[in-house]
Design a binder for this molecule. Structure first.
Ligand SMILES: Cc1ncc(COP(=O)(O)O)c(C=O)c1O
Length: 388
């Protein structure tokens, strides 16, 4: 049996590797506390679960779903964009439901990238941008991000010769892994850059509602003209604690929606209609659970920040997403510090290098673990920081 060369070109998925290490430690009797993956620990709101139960007991939901999603779900997404961002979308041509945003992110290069084409990948970033590019036969070209620039690209400084065969540009704010946010003004610069280079701007807004300290995240589609240039990815996973349900969307450029839809209809058969009906209930709800959810995350974020501030770290708390992104102790690499935390403290964090070379010297802690475990984990990290 011989596997394809493209499989050799992609690394094992970061969290599959981390899961393997956790299992090893647990088998050795260690009480492991994981700040690894960003998977909300709190339940999906009751009203969404109840709508799923109702819809699942309706036999009309049991057959293959429509390839392009339920019209009512597409309308609910468009209505959410009008209410939340003031963006008008045609639910038939500018909205495409996805089996989670990861699915669409991974498939987008199949619609845009021919072998030899390039994709501009901002890093540190969500690893699927790079891997999806490689699987489609494309070549990722990194745009490194830095703390000094607030983890946002300095487009004026990007060498015009970078990625001469590029067709796509990936951006994600609120950011996984850095927790950085972007203003509408910054996104205007991104749209200008993409339009000037005839790129599709692929904007990952999976954490659009997960922000702190009064910051309200924009949609890239608020930029005038962006629906010609950009495709935005959204998801119910993080906003509604629905990671297991697999439901998200792409919105924006009708050309990109048509192309991605053409790939998808040949690969998958859509989202369970009962899940889509629950998605309608979620999007039409006004999100009454959100203030409590954000307060929980803010408290956890601050708890972790205090440990590092007390140990002398001079960094600001992140304004968005589900992560705290912190420099490693002086002289310790991401992988070394991650390994030491696991060995000395039984604590799992993600090494910054899992998100690209510019993540060297950083770790990422997720705030999606219950408070009591978070407290215990913070105490162990504190000892590992000051006990040296
Ligand atoms: C930046 C980013 N985009 C997309 C996703 C995928 O989310 P989902 O496929 O659950 O919608 C994640 C998941 O962690 C993420 O961090």
């Amino acid at each position: 049996m011989r596997t394809a060369r493209r499989i050799e070109a992609i690394p094992p998925y970061l969290f599959a590797e981390i899961d393997r290490k956790i299992a090893e430690r647990k088998a050795a009797g260690v009480d492991v506390i994981s700040f690894g993956i960003g998977d909300p620990d709190l339940p999906t709101p009751d009203f969404v679960v109840e709508e799923l139960a109702r819809a699942a007991s309706d036999p009309s939901t049991h057959q293959y779903p429509s390839y392009f999603g339920l019209p009512s779900f597409r309308r609910a997404i468009a209505d959410f964009y009008r209410r939340r961002f003031g963006v008008e979308l045609d639910p038939d041509t500018q909205v495409l439901p996805l089996l989670g945003s990861k699915e669409g992110i991974a498939h987008l290069p199949w619609a845009f990238v021919d072998p030899g084409d390039q994709v501009l990948v901002t890093e540190p970033g969500y690893p699927v941008y790079e891997v999806g590019t490689i699987l489609a036969g494309g070549e990722p070209v990194y745009i490194p991000l830095t703390a000094e620039d607030g983890w946002f690209p300095d487009f004026a400084a990007v060498d015009p010769s970078t990625g001469p065969r590029a067709k796509l540009l990936w951006l994600c704010y609120p950011s996984n892994p850095t927790g950085a946010v972007a203003t509408l003004e910054q996104l205007e610069g991104a749209v200008r850059f993409a339009a000037g280079r005839d790129l599709l701007l692929a904007y990952d807004n999976a954490y659009s509602e997960i922000t702190y300290d009064g910051f309200v995240a924009p949609s890239v589609l608020q930029v005038p003209g962006a629906t010609e240039v950009a495709l935005e990815f959204g998801s119910l996973s993080k906003i509604f604690n629905m990671t297991g349900w697999r439901i998200g969307w792409a919105v924006g450029s009708a050309t990109a929606i048509e192309a991605l839809g053409r790939v998808k209809t040949n690969i998958d058969s859509g989202i369970f209609n009962a899940v889509q009906r629950a998605g309608v209930a979620a999007l039409e709800s006004g999100m009454p659970h959100l203030p409590g959810l954000l307060e929980t995350y803010r408290r956890r974020r601050d708890r972790i920040m205090e440990v590092f501030w007390d140990a002398g770290w001079k960094v600001e708390a992140p304004k968005g997403a589900l992560y705290v992104w912190l420099p490693t102790p002086p002289g310790e690499s991401s992988v070394d510090f991650t390994a030491r935390l696991l060995d000395e403290a039984g604590v799992v964090v993600a090494p910054g290098t899992g998100y690209g070379p510019s993540g060297e010297g950083y770790i990422r802690l997720s705030i999606t673990i219950p408070d009591s475990r978070l407290d215990e984990g913070c105490e162990r990290v504190r000892k590992a920081l000051v006990g040296r």
